[in-house]
Write a new protein. Structure first.
Length: 261
């Protein structure tokens, strides 16, 4: 197994991608600490992991709360150390509106939330990892920093997080740590009509329209297929493992080539 004897913290573990990653990490041998704001969602993932013979604990906290994140990371570190920290916290992106019409708060929200959550969680874990001389910081965004219209603050938020990962890699590399990101967008299992409406209130699609959107996204990719949730989780597990060697300071493009690397 890729992550035998590893301890991982997954922030946003109650979400679709976070839950899939947490289950995969546990299946690959990691002890997983599930962090999020909704106890019921975390408990459901923890129950799945336990039923499959894995180990998981839960913590309800806000990843924007510096003190709470620091305290939780310290407790995990004291109980055997932290090997992997993965931030999958939602940012409150608002899309489907031109920049000329978008309210300032809607534009700025994903930038501020995304960079704060990633910085707070990465720093908390890395401080403990650095003491041991090993560890991996992971994050995920849509890869939209290269120019994506009608996406509001998503592109700037992605750009800020891309830069944070690269700067972390430069600073932490000499101390034995790696920082890596994944680009993923248009994942079929997460593109329900409810989730689409959450980021674009004007997008009221029926199931046929959702499938049409997915087909359109697939056609935009070099591979002509959309990435799946299991593929993203498996890629994350590999990057978190020792098999990833010196991969750091970069983003792995699992969008199927929708965006240039």
């Amino acid at each position: 197994m890729l992550l035998t004897d590893k301890t991982a913290i997954v922030y946003g573990a109650g979400g679709s991608i976070g839950g899939a990653v947490a289950r995969t990490f546990a299946r690959e041998g990691a002890r997983v600490h599930l962090v999020g704001r909704t106890a019921a969602a975390l408990d459901a993932v923890a129950e799945d992991i336990a039923a499959a013979g894995g180990l998981a604990g839960t913590a309800v906290l806000d990843a924007l709360d510096e003190a709470a994140v620091e305290a939780h990371a310290a407790s995990v570190a004291a109980d055997g150390g932290i090997d992997v920290s993965f931030n999958l916290v939602t940012r409150g992106d608002v899309q489907g509106m031109s920049l000329l019409d978008m309210p300032v708060d809607d534009f700025v929200a994903p930038v501020v939330t995304g960079i704060r959550a990633n910085f707070v969680t990465a720093r908390a874990a890395a401080r403990h990892m650095a003491e041991r001389g090993s560890g991996v910081i992971l994050t995920l965004n849509s890869g939209s920093a290269h120019g994506s219209p009608m996406m509001g603050g998503t592109g700037p938020a992605d750009a800020a997080i891309d830069t944070l990962v690269r700067n972390l890699a430069v600073e932490l590399g000499p101390r034995g740590l790696r920082a890596v990101g994944l680009w993923a967008a248009g994942v079929p299992e997460t593109l329900t009509k409810e989730k689409l409406a959450a980021v674009d209130s004007g997008m009221d699609l029926d199931e046929n329209a959702v499938q049409g959107l997915l087909a359109h996204l697939a056609g935009m990719r070099m591979t002509r297929r959309n990435p799946t949730l299991p593929e993203i989780a498996a890629t994350a597990a590999f990057l978190a493992s020792d098999h990833a060697g010196g991969i750091t300071g970069t983003f792995v493009n699992v969008t199927g080539g929708m965006f240039p690397g």
